[in-house]
Design a protein around this ligand. Structure first.
Ligand code: NOJ
Length: 533
């Protein structure tokens, strides 16, 4: 059985910000197609493309109005077919997003639900409830939206009087679906088939831990905002047992399309911090992968990273799955900025070391577009350009996620750096002029660039073909050292100063200069190295 995903490097394309083929200022599918050779040269095994479905774009496309149509800003179904065919021709697999927790308020089901009124069967596909209090003016329970504010919005009746409330764990324009409803289940099984018929190799499942809500929608009993990032223990809307039945059904749908040469996969966005709970999503008849967010959340600290790695291994190994590591995505502050908020040079050093650590671990890895260019979070976007719904829903106290979504710089010396065709206007978010030094064009010409470093690391990883499990080696407290089988060792120095170690073998890759004298080596601070015995 071909288990390509277990060791794959999968590149996340945030489509709005990757490459713009037609000068709208927004990235699109034809833009992706034109840059596939770049991704082949980078050396990735697959891409995950974020939602390109028809959407009012209240949440960057995670508010889907039609699951089977491409939004005109991104292109057409024919463009999807071209991306899939061209990627496959280059040996790159294609994973697309599925967003099952909520639709857009512009989805025909929600439009019909609002029009049909209270008590209608149309409303059963969502979570409508009467309010509390004598006049129903209080929300049905105390749940809070992940994006800030209450998780309920009140409807207005045709006569203008206030009516029922509906649940939205995210923006008010993203009503939660009722997964107890058989039509909801049937519809999504069909949506999966629709994209599988078009040849996609798998799905990333948005908010995979959120679909089923606790019976009776009990109060959660806390006043803080809901958050995706905190441990999920016992929230009545996360990680309910009933989600597993859904994924077992989905797995049957998917497996009907899988062949021995080309199995299709699911990867879960499941913010479930308890390893035992998370491992349930990875059982043999459910999903293939789940992002390791514990690894992403760990600070640049040996103890924290080691604990996150151990937790991920404890999640996956008992159920026969392999971990999938991730350091950045379109929801999180880019990791060079997380690891060194005020020091770009330090951030880049740590990001190089983090890449070697990540690529040496057992399992697969997800890269987020732009990390191969060493891009940092953009922290000075003016208020007026912010688009993330978090900005408004938090009462303009949280700036949201736009800073990691700024379009990629491809070429040239001034914004928009070849993001779109020559002569185009400004992209949907402004690009920092200082990115002139980070363009793909500039970095391809510089053997010492981050991009060239990523290309080399991916090539060497592929050549090494590591398959053995990880075994920690004795090392100073601030050093991570492990071997894979007998032949490969990775060492990472997270301490404040250079460390002297016994040479673990011959150097095959390093994120910084490593000195050697006979059988002793000196590994600088914030550096990683790979060794072959
Ligand atoms: C997780 C996605 O990654 C994020 O971008 C989105 O806002 C929420 N799910 C809601 O769909």
């Amino acid at each position: 059985m071909n288990t390509w995903w277990q060791h794959a490097v999968i590149y996340q394309i945030y489509v709005r910000s990757f490459a713009d083929s037609d000068g709208t200022g927004v990235g699109d599918l034809a833009g992706i197609a034109s840059r596939l050779p770049y991704l082949a040269q980078l050396g990735v095994d697959a891409v995950w493309i974020t939602p390109f479905y028809r959407s009012p774009m209240a949440d960057g496309g995670y508010d889907v109005a039609d699951y089977r149509e491409v939004d005109p800003v991104f292109g057409t179904l024919a463009d999807v077919d071209r991306v899939v065919a061209d990627a496959h021709a280059l040996g790159i697999r294609v994973i697309v997003d599925v967003v099952p927790n909520h639709t857009s308020a512009a989805h025909r089901w929600f439009v019909a639900a609002l029009a049909a009124g209270e008590g209608s069967t149309e409303r059963d596909r969502y979570v409508f409830r009467p309010g509390q209090g004598p006049d129903g003016s209080l929300p049905p329970n105390d749940w809070r939206s992940v994006f800030g504010g209450p998780a309920w919005s009140r409807t207005t009746r045709p006569d203008g009087s206030p009516g029922e409330w509906y649940l939205h764990l995210f923006d008010s324009s993203q009503p939660d679906l009722n997964w107890e409803h058989p039509e909801v289940r049937a519809e999504f099984a069909d949506v999966l088939r629709f994209w599988l018929d078009r040849g996609v190799d798998g799905f990333r499942i948005d908010v995979a831990h959120g679909l089923v809500k606790a019976e009776g929608l009990p109060d959660e009993g806390t006043d803080g905002p809901a958050t995706l990032l905190e441990p999920m223990a016992s929230k009545p809307y996360w990680d309910q047992e009933g989600v597993h039945e859904i994924y077992r059904q989905w797995r049957q749908v998917l497996d009907a399309y899988s062949t021995a040469e080309s199995p299709r996969i699911f990867v879960a966005e499941a913010w479930v911090s308890d390893p035992e709970r998370l491992s349930r999503y990875l059982r043999a008849d459910e999903l293939h992968q789940a992002f390791n967010f514990g690894y992403l959340k760990a600070a640049w600290d040996a103890e924290q990273l080691r604990a996150a790695i151990d937790a991920a291994l404890a999640t996956c190994l008992p159920v026969g799955a392999q971990p999938s590591w991730v350091l950045s995505n379109h929801d999180m502050v880019r990791h060079p900025s997380r690891y060194a908020p005020d020091d770009p040079e330090l951030g880049e050093r740590r990001a190089r070391a983090a890449l070697l650590l990540t690529l040496a671990l057992p399992g697969g890895a997800y890269l987020y577009q732009g990390e191969e260019l060493g891009l940092r979070e953009v922290t000075d976007l003016p208020d007026k350009v912010l688009q993330d719904p978090i900005w408004e829903r938090s009462g303009r106290t949280e700036r949201g996620r736009d800073g990691c979504r700024v379009p990629l710089p491809w070429a040239g010396d001034t914004p928009p750096f070849g993001f779109g065709p020559d002569g185009m206007g400004q992209p949907w978010l402004p690009m920092p002029p200082a990115w002139a030094g980070h363009t793909v064009e500039r970095q391809l010409a510089d053997p010492a660039s981050m991009l060239r470093f990523y290309q080399r690391a991916l090539r060497i990883r592929r050549e090494l073909g590591l398959a053995e499990p990880l075994r920690w080696l004795p090392a100073p407290a601030s050093v991570l050292a492990f071997e894979r089988g007998d032949g490969f060792v990775c060492t990472v120095n997270l301490g404040a100063g250079e460390v002297e170690l016994a040479a673990p073998g011959d150097l095959v890759a390093a994120s910084a200069h490593v000195s050697r004298h006979d059988d002793r080596i000196w590994l600088p601070t914030d550096a990683a190295a790979w060794w072959r015995r």
